[in-house]
Structures are given as C-alpha cells and as structure tokens.
Design a binder for this molecule. Structure first.
Ligand code: S3P
Length: 450
C-alpha cells in the first residue's frame, strides 16, 4: 500500500477559486465500527457507502482473519457475515492494520475477551504510537499483551478465557480507548462500565444499541457513564454510512480561504461529538451555512455551503471543544494562517500521539510557508497572515499522516506561492478520491507524473 511504498510528492498551486459540489466519502469511524460489529453479529450485515480507504480495507481484511465473511459488492456496498460475540477464530498470520490507530485499537478490544492469540503490527507511524492505553484496560478483563518498549507494535494479545466485566475510567479523552473497552465488554458476563470525563465521539454506543445490545448512557458529575450488558446476541443490521465530517473539512476550509470560492459539500453527518470544527469556523467569521438540515438514521445531517470568507479572524478555541474536533486541528491551523490575528488552541496534548505529532508537523510546515507559530506541550498558537497573505513556497514533510498532507495541499490553493508535500501517498488511508475531487473544484495538484 502506498503508505509503505515510494513517496508520492505533490505540489498544490494557487488558484483563483474553488467552485462546485464535492461528494466526500463515507465516515471512517463509522466504517470501522460497521465492519467490526457486523463481524460480531449473528447473520449478515449490509453496509452501503463504506469508506474504501486503506485504513478501513485493513479492518475488513482483519475481520476475515478473525473468521467473518466480508464481501465487497462494488460501489461502496459490502456485506459481513458475522461469527457472533465470542466467536472469533484465531488469525493464522500477523494482523497488519497499516496506518490505522482506530482499526488496531478497536480490534484489540474486540478480541481481548476471546481465548485466542493474535499478533498486530502496522506501518512505521502506527508502530510508533502508544498501545498501553488499550493493553492496560484489557488486562483488567484478564487479557495478556506483550509488545515492544512502551507497549508499541508489533504486539501479541492473548484474550481472556474467563473474562470478568470491568469498570474503567478512561484516563485521556479517547473514543478509541472507550470503544476498545466496550468491545471487550461484549464477551464478558455482566455489566461493563466505562466512564469518560469528556464526551468523545459516540458512534460505538449508538451502533451497539442499533445491533441490539443493552447499553445505557448517563451524564453524571464525573462524566459520561456508559453501561453495557455483556454477552448479547448482536442482530445483523443494514447500515448506510454517513459522509465524513472530517473529510468534508478539507473542501470546506479550502473554499473559505481561497478567493472566489463557493463550494457545496452535501450530506455531512453533524453529530455534535464531531462538529466542533464547524462551530469554530463560524465563530471565526466563516461564510459557512448548514443548508437543508435534517435527520438521517438518528443523526443530524446537513449540506455544507462554504464561500470565500475575507473577514476570518483568529479566536481562542476552548479546550472543552477539543474532543469534538480533534482530527481537524491541522486544517483549522491552515484557516488560522489565512485569518487576521492569532488563533490559540489549548488542551490539545492528544495531537502529539496521532498519526504524527500533529502540533510539531503543522508548526514546522507552517513556518516553512512563512507563518509564525508558538507552541507548548498541550497548546499552540498560529499568527494569521490575513486573507491572501500567506507566502507559501515551502516544502512540508507529511510524516505518514494523511491529514498533514491534505492540510498543506489546501494551503497551497490559497497561498501566494505553491506548497509542496513530500508524500501524498497517506491520503489514501482516509480520502482516496481527494485529488480528483479537489481538482474537479478547480484545485491544481501536481503529482510526480505530471
Ligand atoms: C477515532 C477516535 C479519535 C480520532 C480518530 C478516530 C475513532 O482518536 O482521532 O481519527 O474512530 O474512535 P482517539 O480516540 O485517539 O482520540
């Protein structure tokens, strides 16, 4: 896959405006969960609009390795014939999750209470990311894990033969950890309780309930308390995956900062646990409208209309909003570079352990393009150059991080000079049609062959 193959350098040239309609792919978080819960249900789950990015394809492959029958029917339509809770088989080979932290952490949770052993690995980015955050809680169920220093991949997990239910307070804001514990709780008898101090994306809770599990959520002074009753029989579902708000962020933000732009991004899921970026952009003065707001499958959905916004101003982004926009800080910092004044982002320590250290990757890349950045361990500030004021002209290291690559290609559309990223290959993990989609809007992206 391209994140392991030769680098694909790409240059984004300044353009006069982005216009048209951008149909972004299905939601990555929901796609992983649909495959995993489909694999744990009894019978056939049908999925439409599955994100066919490398991360999700790795999870599909992994579910096959654990014994589910996963079929690609073409055009984003998939089916999963599940093995039932507790029915996972032992994989015959190492499970390679590629670049995907969500994939590996959720799958480790899902197999941790079955009496099987599996070894997990991933690409250089994933092998550098902390796994103690999932191996600690699965040990409470009785699972054992042996990895490299710091619990890093490759990592071998032996699931608990006689799992005990747990009560676990997630020590950092992380939907992946919360989900890993809930998925492990599926095959433990009795109630597993997960407490999160700050609300993170709630797709796992919603989908578990959709598959027929008994799951309750209570908001208490100590946070959200999620209680799952173990050993349910999950009933297969028909799942229409909504479009990904984290992918929509790229055409939306590129339009806001590029003079002459007017872009429509239809059918975007605006679950409040995911919509923090859009709230922030509106506070900054973005010309961003939610058209045709409606409910689809119990989730708020709207068509996003973004136009060039000459009045963008820097703001302080409140730390309590971080979880609802954690994947969007890279592209937000590009918008901040094109705004007047300073944008301060606080309470964002988790950015340091994503596909790359995203504070460092964005700070170095913005500096290479003439933008001043200040940073600390859990905060950073971007000093905006105003609309049309970002010099550009720099080359940026994408560090095997799709969102870093896409963010700087968007900056190049609005900067004075082109912006180059050293490797656009990782974009295929989450947004495989980024290049044709942005090109159709008017972007000028020059890859190695052109
Ligand atoms: C995700 C949770 C977030 C996010 C990731 C997807 C998920 O990670 O950054 O892209 O689908 O649960 P953390 O749980 O590490 O915050």
């Amino acid at each position: 896959m391209s994140s392991h193959g030769p680098a694909i350098p790409m240059t984004s040239h300044p353009v006069r405006g982005l216009t048209g309609t951008a149909h972004v792919p299905g939601d990555k978080s929901i796609s992983h969960r649909a495959l995993i819960l489909g694999a744990l249900a009894v019978g056939e789950t049908r999925i439409t609009d599955l994100l066919e990015g490398e991360d999700v394809l790795r999870t599909a492959q992994a579910m096959r390795a654990f014994g589910a029958e996963v079929t690609d029917h073409g055009g984003g339509s998939w089916s999963v014939h599940g093995v039932g809770v507790g029915g996972f088989a032992e994989p015959e080979d190492v499970v390679d999750c590629g670049n995907s932290g969500t994939g590996v952490r959720l799958i480790i949770g899902a197999m941790a209470t079955s009496p099987i052993t599996a070894t997990f690995t991933g690409d250089a980015s994933l092998r550098s990311r902390p796994m103690g955050r999932v191996t600690d809680p699965i040990a409470l169920f009785g699972a054992r894990a042996v990895g490299r220093a710091g619990g890093r991949l490759p990592l071998t997990v032996t699931g608990a033969a006689d799992p005990l239910p747990v009560r676990y307070r997630v020590p950092m804001p992380s939907a992946q950890v919360k989900s890993a514990v809930l998925l492990a709780g599926l095959n433990a008898p009795g109630d597993t309780v997960v407490i999160e101090a700050e609300a993170t994306r709630d797709h796992t809770e919603r989908m578990l309930a959709g598959f027929g599990a008994t799951v309750s959520v209570e908001t208490t002074p100590e946070g959200r308390v999620i209680t799952l009753t173990g050993q349910p029989e999950l009933k297969p579902q028909t799942i229409a995956v909504p479009r990904d708000p984290s992918s929509a962020a790229f055409p939306v933000c590129a339009a806001l900062i590029t003079e002459g732009s007017d872009v429509l991004v239809p059918n975007i899921g605006l679950n409040p646990t995911r919509a923090g970026l859009y709230e922030t952009l509106i506070e900054m003065g973005a010309d961003l409208v939610y058209e045709n707001p409606r409910e689809v499958g119990g989730e708020p959905v709207a068509d996003l209309r973004a136009r060039f916004s000459p009045a963008l101003k820097g703001i302080d982004v409140p730390p309590e909003r971080a979880a609802s926009m954690i994947d969007e800080y890279p592209i937000l910092s590009v918008v901040a570079a094109c705004a007047e004044g300073t944008t301060r982002m606080t309470g964002v320590k988790e950015l340091r352990v994503k596909e790359s250290d995203r504070i460092d990757a964005m700070a170095r890349g913005l500096e290479a393009n003439g933008v001043t950045v200040e940073e600390g361990e859990d905060w950073w500030a971007v000093h905006g150059r105003g609309p049309g004021g970002t010099p550009g002209g720099g080359t940026v290291a994408a560090r095997l991080d799709h969102r870093i690559a896409m963010s700087f290609l968007c900056l190049g559309m609005a900067a004075r000079k082109p912006v180059k990223v050293d490797d656009a290959g990782p974009i295929a993990t989450s947004f495989p049609v980024f290049e044709p989609l942005m090109t159709a809007l008017g972007a000028r992206l020059q890859g190695p062959d052109r």
